[in-house]
Design a protein around this ligand. Structure first.
Ligand SMILES: Cc1cc2nc3c(=O)[nH]c(=O)nc-3n(C[C@H](O)[C@H](O)[C@H](O)COP(=O)(O)OP(=O)(O)OC[C@H]3O[C@@H](n4cnc5c(N)ncnc54)[C@H](O)[C@@H]3O)c2cc1C
Length: 450
């Protein structure tokens, strides 16, 4: 019987569907012993594997991933690997100046790691591009958010550029936005391409074996052997025993019995259009590739992509808090409707273009915006809770955890200091009602930014 219940990933992720088919690694069908076991093949798990291999070339490392690489949240996100703090739980993304400086250095270490990995593994250039991103405003309220953001960036001596209405139109081809704030340090990912290339690079270039479609259904304490506690991770058809385990499963760590009632599983949703024809691309105008986060934290992220999967538009909006880790079909339909109406409001010149894919995915937040990390039992380390910015923060905590578990002396993320633990939540029913009411209200208030 499965002790650890696995949630579904709702809808087909367009990012993965538009890529050529990749060779999926085998399931685990044997019982083996290894030096390090990583559970979860997202940003945290794969970055941890690469870092462990850098530290100890001879160590035998395995990753158990519940589904195919790129099918989970790591291949479902909008691909903004943001260097600056981006606190989803705050109205305007901002925190204290000191905390923001620390967080920026951590995120930048992660982006540097991802970029150098992409070069070493010769990933296609579309997988990760250091081109910056624009915080877009469609309303006066949005401009006020950007103005406050600019003041904050001045205080931290970060560079940025304000874009006026014409410059926003030149970039996007549409009249919708009246102001933008561009910052240079964000890396833009094709998330499924990046995460699959990372997985394939890690297994090709290092002593790491990845098992896909191999969910861990139980983690058993096997007692002490030669002075070390041994853990056995069981899958349906096999098992891996190791004295060193990294849990890189984001919010799912609760189902392994850790950080219970301290983490919030939030879903957000995306749709991707069908391929634009060359005529439609010409009519739209603007640049062929751009990425906008919204000046309002509850607004839409919008991207135009142009590459392996064609020229397409991506819209991400809507949030729901689902403590049971399942998004309902009803909410999926409502998110799809919301994406279509956000698309139609922005792209009136593309009135025949429909959405080809719609999906949702899990994020993990803590009330105090901290990781769920560190040694949770002898030999078991958690690298979880990325607070919505998992592309950068997941990468960073994967590196940090690999360094901790292997006792590495020098760190690629030198600015990290252990944070306090995630704060306890109120009872789930109260949280469910409160958080969903709050999200619904904030989405309503986002108005045209959504
Ligand atoms: C629509 C959407 C848009 C987003 N946009 C952005 C964005 O633009 N920028 C950004 O930074 N973040 C974004 N995010 C969040 C980001 O995707 C996550 O924060 C990130 O994927 C977390 O990385 P991770 O490696 O910690 O966890 P995950 O990517 O969730 O990886 C954990 C892996 O563990 C596996 N797993 C779980 N349980 C088990 C088990 N029992 N056995 C084996 N494997 C298991 C899962 O299948 C999963 O693949 C977005 C998320 C969504 C859904």
């Amino acid at each position: 019987m499965s002790k650890i219940k696995l949630p579904k990933n709702p809808g087909q992720t367009g990012w993965k569907e538009i890529l050529p088919k990749r060779k999926v690694n085998n399931q685990l069908i044997e019982n083996i012993n290894i030096d390090y076991l990583i559970i979860g093949g997202g940003f945290a798990g794969l970055s941890a594997a690469r870092r462990l291999n850098q530290i100890n070339k001879d160590a035998k490392i395995a990753i158990l991933e519940a589904c195919e690489i790129g099918e989970g949240p790591a291949g479902r996100n909008s691909g903004f690997m943001i260097d600056l703090p981006h606190n989803l739980a705050s109205d305007d993304y901002l925190g204290s100046l000191e905390k923001d400086r620390e967080q920026t250095l951590i995120n930048r270490s992660a982006i540097q790691f991802a970029k150098s990995t992409s070069e070493e593994y010769e990933m296609p250039s579309e997988a990760i591009q250091l081109v910056g991103k624009t915080n877009a405003a469609a309303t006066k309220k949005g401009i006020n958010f950007n103005t406050e953001y600019a003041k904050h960036l001045d205080k931290t001596s970060e560079s940025y550029k304000i874009l006026d209405t014409q410059e926003m139109k030149d970039l996007t081809g549409i009249d919708y936005y009246i102001n933008g704030l561009w910052t240079p340090g964000t890396a833009m990912l094709q998330p499924a391409l990046y995460i699959q290339s990372l997985a394939d690079g890690v297994s090709k270039h290092s002593n790491v074996t990845i098992y896909e479609n191999s969910p861990v259904i139980d983690l058993i304490d096997e007692g002490m052997h030669d002075g070390e506690k041994i853990w056995k991770a069981k899958t349906k058809m096999g098992s891996i025993s190791s004295s060193k385990i990294i849990l890189a499963v984001n919010g799912m760590v609760e189902r392994f019995g850790y950080f219970e009632n301290r983490l919030m599983t939030i879903f957000t949703y995306s749709s991707m259009s069908r391929k634009l024809t060359s005529n439609e691309s010409n009519i739209l105008g603007g640049s062929q590739k751009w990425g906008l986060t919204s000046a309002d934290a509850m607004g839409s992220s919008v991207r135009r992509i142009s590459g392996i999967g064609g020229d397409r538009i991506l819209i991400r909006n809507r949030w729901s808090y689902n403590p049971n880790m399942e998004a309902s079909d009803l909410f999926m339909r409502s998110a799809a409707t919301s994406h279509s109406s956000s698309f139609n409001a922005r792209f009136s010149s593309l009135d025949n273009v429909t959405m080809e894919y719609c999906w949702g995915g899990r994020l993990c937040l803590s009330l105090n915006n901290v990781f769920a990390q560190g040694e949770v039992e002898e030999g078991v380390y958690s690298a979880c809770c990325q607070n919505g910015l998992g592309t950068a923060k997941g990468t960073a905590i994967g590196i940090i955890t690999a360094e901790k578990i292997s006792g590495a002396i020098s760190s690629l993320v030198p600015n990290f200091v252990d944070e306090e633990a995630p704060k306890k939540l109120m009872p789930k029913a109260i949280m469910w009602a409160g958080v969903n009411a709050y999200l619904g209200w904030k989405e309503l208030m986002a108005g045209k930014e959504k």
